[in-house]
Design a protein around this ligand. Structure first.
Ligand SMILES: Nc1ncnc2c1ncn2[C@@H]1O[C@H](COP(=O)(O)OP(=O)(O)OP(=O)(O)O)[C@@H](O)[C@H]1O
Length: 257
């Protein structure tokens, strides 16, 4: 669903010289990052390297100290078409407080597409499709408080998918997610990618998503350390028992530490 005035050669996300401070601390120290149409890019790096801050700067939650961000070719400050962007924040363990059903949470993700904020039949169908995609259609009427961590994460992803976004940004979608939900999420993402969705993912390790990743951008201390093919070893070698050394692979020289 590319807009007619746009060319697919225009990056979907472009960061140039992005700097951001949190408190008095420089957290992003001159980031360049490009995500092209249909690409799946993983943002990797150690804790505190700035991954979440980078994605939060893209969606406008962190002010820039310097640099430029463009979304679909438009300066982020002038960008208004947020229905084209699905965002799944880093999951918190804090209980939501306000009781809501699975359908209510996922429907909230459709509001950006609903005319006058009223969900029509086609919107309710999109909500239902999103729930089916993440295998949660049978829990539609349940309270989100009754869900496991992995199921909760599936609901948050369904909320992002309900708007049928062209760009999906997810912050650690697999963190704290049980194996069964991880497999469902990997399959969901595979279908989105096959349908042409552009994806930027913050990950700790590639894990089950590895086959989907086109490119990895590794951050260290708020700078880009690596931008290129995904470091193959991250998934397997993060597992216990994989302590042998492959000197030809940059990952073992501390790329992610
Ligand atoms: N609101 C804030 N005020 C001050 N410093 C912050 C704030 N939020 C994050 N930071 C600091 O900014 C740095 C980058 O944080 P960020 O969450 O972007 O890293 P990350 O790479 O996503 O790490 P993690 O994998 O732990 O989520 C960290 O050192 C963090 O402590």
């Amino acid at each position: 669903m590319t807009h007619p005035e746009e060319s697919v050669s225009e990056p979907v996300i472009s960061l140039r010289g992005v700097r951001a401070d949190l408190g008095s601390r420089p957290v992003l120290r001159g980031i360049d990052l490009t995500v092209n149409h249909g690409e799946v890019v993983a943002l990797l790096g150690a804790n505190g390297s700035g991954k979440s801050t980078a994605v939060r700067s893209i969606i406008g939650q962190v002010p820039l100290a310097a640099g430029e961000i463009r979304l679909f070719g438009t300066d982020r400050k002038a960008f208004r078409d947020w229905a084209r962007v699905g965002y799944v924040p880093q999951r918190t363990t804090a209980a939501g407080g306000v009781p809501a059903t699975v359908t209510e949470v996922v429907s909230s993700g459709r509001l950006s597409r609903a005319r006058f904020g009223v969900l029509r039949k086609s919107d309710r169908e999109a909500v239902r499709r999103a729930l089916e995609l993440v295998g949660m259609a049978d829990r539609a009427k349940d309270s989100v408080d009754a869900l496991s961590g992995g199921q909760h994460q599936r609901v948050l992803i369904a909320r992002a998918l309900a708007a049928e976004p062209e760009l999906l940004i997810m912050d650690e979608p697999m963190a704290g997610v049980d194996l069964a939900s991880q497999e469902v999420l990997a399959h969901t993402l595979e279908e989105q990618v096959a349908a042409g969705t552009t994806v930027l993912l913050v990950l700790h390790e590639l894990g089950p998503l590895e086959p989907l990743i086109d490119r990895a951008v590794v951050l260290r201390d708020g700078c880009v350390l690596h931008d290129g093919p995904p470091p193959k070893a991250v998934g397997q070698h993060a597992l216990p028992g994989h302590d042998h050394v492959h000197p030809h692979e940059p990952i073992h020289t501390g790329l992610l530490s």
